[in-house]
Design a binder for this molecule. Structure first.
Ligand SMILES: NC(=O)c1ccc[n+]([C@@H]2O[C@H](COP(=O)([O-])OP(=O)(O)OC[C@H]3O[C@@H](n4cnc5c(N)ncnc54)[C@H](OP(=O)(O)O)[C@@H]3O)[C@@H](O)[C@H]2O)c1
Length: 314
């Protein structure tokens, strides 16, 4: 398969999909934004033995995208654009993929299940993208994976390996705070219950996407969820204590307190708002992904939380 991966050069998820494609003897073709030294239409070849091509594109130009996709069979978007271009750039990719006759298209998801997007402002754009993708003439799927398990690697002794290219700061799990003891914010559901949470290692996301690309049966506009492991947050805390060898403080937060925190935030502080809304979505149980792809592709054996902590904290 010749698979175009938008955001596969420097992107966390994109790079994991490119690595998995190479590991399974497929041909990834990276799409990357044009730069002054690499204008739209130019190509660079990686100097590593893999020799992967990066094609530089203008995501605003249909012709540029059609040219870049001319010999590809599928397009996976792993873009993350913190601005309004997130929707039109992916729709331009979709139109170009349709024009060149690509068989499959996946928009950039790789987080909460689709139903949770309304609860997180920054994810509203994903709803707009999917509305167009599901109406298009191409076999498409959504790939939710829950929270990246790699958040549990922040501060680990083998941090670089644990993060697998992930560059964000902590969310809910504050295990590597150099100033103090590790702690976890546990949002309580409105029923007073501790919620469950799905976590998947970034590398397994790549493996699952490639397994889905190798599937003969149509994706059919389904939500093809992938799951590393789903546990109650307090179970994750218990495992963290075991593998960090330290007490992990649990800071329970009720939904009303999170609502109050959200109200007090500067409306322009997009990242703090996103963190608060993700924590609330988790409290509402919206961070649990159905393991649809696990059942369809049992050959993928994802890392669980225990395996992850053992590997990177011991
Ligand atoms: N589940 C989780 O815990 C979690 C955490 C973080 C992210 N995510 C999701 O995972 C997906 C991918 O995120 P990621 O963290 O892998 O992203 P990332 O590492 O930030 O990479 C995104 C890529 O998008 C491209 N890009 C950035 N700004 C752009 C712009 N203005 N125009 C065009 N391209 C641009 C860049 O590629 P070039 O520079 O090569 O063009 C960049 O490498 C997103 O849907 C995100 O919501 C999930």
């Amino acid at each position: 398969m010749h698979v175009a991966v938008a955001g596969g050069r420097s992107g966390t998820i994109g790079a994991s999909i490119v690595s998995a494609l190479l590991a399974h003897n497929h041909t990834p073709i990276i799409l990357s934004r044009q730069t002054s030294t690499n204008p739209s239409g130019s190509t660079s070849i990686s100097s590593s033995p893999s020799g992967v091509s990066t094609r530089y594109v203008d995501y605003d130009s249909h012709d540029s995208l059609v040219h870049a996709l001319h010999d590809t069979t599928a397009v996976i978007s792993a873009l993350l654009i913190p601005g309004p271009e997130f929707v039109p750039y992916q729709l331009n990719l979709l139109r170009a993929a349709e024009e060149v006759g690509c068989a499959r298209f996946a928009p950039s998801e790789f987080a909460l299940p689709f139903a949770a997007h309304q609860a997180v402002d920054i994810d509203h754009a994903k709803v707009a993208v999917w509305d167009a993708v599901k109406a298009a003439n191409i076999d498409a799927a959504l790939f939710p994976c829950g929270m990246f398990m790699n958040y549990l690697g922040i501060g680990a002794p083998r941090v670089a390996e644990a993060l697998a290219g992930f560059r964000e700061g902590p969310l809910m799990f504050h295990l590597g705070d150099p100033e103090g003891a590790p702690w976890v914010e546990v949002p309580l559901g409105r029923d007073g219950e501790v919620p469950s949470l799905t976590m998947t290692d970034i590398r397994d996301v790549g493996e699952f996407v490639v397994a889905a690309l190798e599937m003969e049966e149509p994706w059919g506009g389904r939500e093809l969820g992938m799951v590393g492991e789903t546990l109650k947050i307090t179970e994750v805390v218990g495992l963290c204590e075991r593998y960090l060898g330290r007490k992990v403080e649990v800071r329970v937060v009720e939904m009303v307190s999170l609502e109050e925190r959200l109200r007090r935030l500067d409306p322009g502080d997009v990242l703090a708002k996103m963190d608060c809304q993700y924590t609330m979505a988790c409290g509402n149980g919206d961070s649990v992904v159905e393991p649809v792809l696990n059942a369809l592709c049992p050959e993928v054996r994802p890392l669980g939380v225990k395996g992850f902590l053992e590997k990177f904290w011991m």
